[in-house]
Design a protein around this ligand. Sequence first.
Ligand SMILES: C[S@@+](CC[C@H](N)C(=O)[O-])C[C@H]1O[C@@H](n2cnc3c(N)ncnc32)[C@H](O)[C@@H]1O
Length: 240
Amino acid sequence: MTDANKYKILAKYYDKVYELKDYEGESEILKQLIKQYKKSDGKELLDIACGTGAHLTYLKKIFTCTGTDLNVEMIDVAKKKHPEVHFEVADMSELNLGKKFDVITCLFSSIAYIISKERLSKTIKVFADHLKPGGIVLIEQWLDKAIFRAGEPHITTYKNDDLIITRVNTSEVKGEISIFDMHYLVAERGKAVNHFVEHHELAMYPTELLQSLMVENNLVTTIFQDDPKFDRGLLIGVKK
Ligand SMILES: C[S@@+](CC[C@H](N)C(=O)[O-])C[C@H]1O[C@@H](n2cnc3c(N)ncnc32)[C@H](O)[C@@H]1O
């Protein structure tokens, strides 16, 4: 499965699978952190790996938003929800929008899909290059290797009268990479049950590596972990 094919089938069910995720509460914290740290004057926000644009629902109330994601199906869902927002399909390590922003977000551990250090280094440079002086980037990390419970079985379910979605998975670890085969069973009224598997590999980079790449790119860094909503760690960088 290529990276661009991940989330391809899931896209139409994504918001249901994550219906209990507190996107509104997270966005409130993001807004407070932006207010606290941002030094540039503008309100241009870029959400990289925006998925279906779930955070944008709340962020667009105070920012002029742009969203990018590798997956065209996720962007199609986001466009339907936010016709006023500009979206582009792009790999975050290759992004070049020819424009600079006051705020960049990269949330829900999307950065961890960049699984080589060379591409990670390129990606952090891309983020810095898209920031105005005094602009802020907020990157939500993936789990630290020290606390990752490899092999643990997980189940997630969604249910309404016409649709049931079940996702089960275990995981394994190879070096710094956590590996998942997510098995989905989707039962939709009047249709045959659909089973599909999505393979995901996410790098468990040490915070210090991300921070040192940010510093190399002229970003003054700090880490926010004070709220359980961001207990994976939210790295904040402010462009000098
Ligand atoms: C866990 S989802 C998070 C989506 C959204 N930020 C949210 O909070 O719901 C991860 C997203 O990262 C995107 N993604 C994975 N690799 C990417 C890459 N190299 N460049 C841009 N987006 C990527 C996927 O398509 C997916 O939409």
